[in-house]
Design a protein around this ligand. Structure first.
Ligand SMILES: [Fe+2]
Length: 192
């Protein structure tokens, strides 16, 4: 991390696409989402056809120090695997007791949250809505619309990411399309 990064600066994020010309995004194509969706057969069939981008995010290269903030945009593209909507992997923070705020710039979707005690919660995104993720809640962004779901996020810079717990256990709930509408169901693959 450079000294320069600690000086004030301004960065552009496109309000509709979330993209930024001044930095590189981290990309998660379908091939990086093995095991994340409930329907493995639909996943493998989709991957045989193509390897579309499911989501990408811009997280700026700032010092991960106490007192600092990380921020960026997350872009989840529209689509489904079987009847399950495209989503992020979701994560806890390594410092579990970390809150986070997401603000929706464009698109429609949901934030699926759960804590280690099993409390599950879903909040919905549309442009102008902010979702508060309380400390200790895993969080996953899900695109329920037809356009990219673009959110701006910020959280304490030293919090770190724990993807492994979700990759291993999954979420207790997931969101699928039923009769053209989103429905919350129990995750058949969830492991205690
Ligand atoms: Fe987070």
């Amino acid at each position: 991390m450079t000294e320069k990064a600690l000086k004030p600066f301004t960065i552009d994020f496109d309000l509709i696409t979330g993209l930024s010309k001044s930095t590189e995004s981290t990309k998660r194509p379908l091939s990086k989402m093995q095991g994340m969706f409930a329907d493995d057969r639909a996943f493998n069939a989709a991957l045989q056809q193509d390897d579309p981008l499911v989501y990408e995010f811009y997280e700026l290269d700032l010092p991960e120090t106490a007192g600092n903030l990380l921020f960026g945009t997350s872009i989840v593209y529209p689509g489904k695997v079987g009847d399950e909507y495209y989503m992020t992997k979701g994560h806890f923070h390594t410092i579990l007791d970390t809150g986070e705020v997401y603000y929706c710039l464009s698109g429609e979707g949901a934030m699926l949250m759960e804590n280690p005690e099993g409390d599950c919660n879903i909040q919905y995104f549309s442009p102008g809505k902010a979702v508060y993720v309380p400390p200790c809640y895993a969080h996953r962004t899900i695109n329920l619309g037809k356009e990219p779901l673009v959110t701006f996020f910020t959280f304490r810079a030293d919090a770190g990411h724990d993807y492994g717990t979700i990759e291993t256990k999954g979420y207790r709930k997931l969101i699928v399309e039923r009769d053209g509408k989103p429905e919350i169901i129990d995750n058949p693959k969830w492991k205690e």
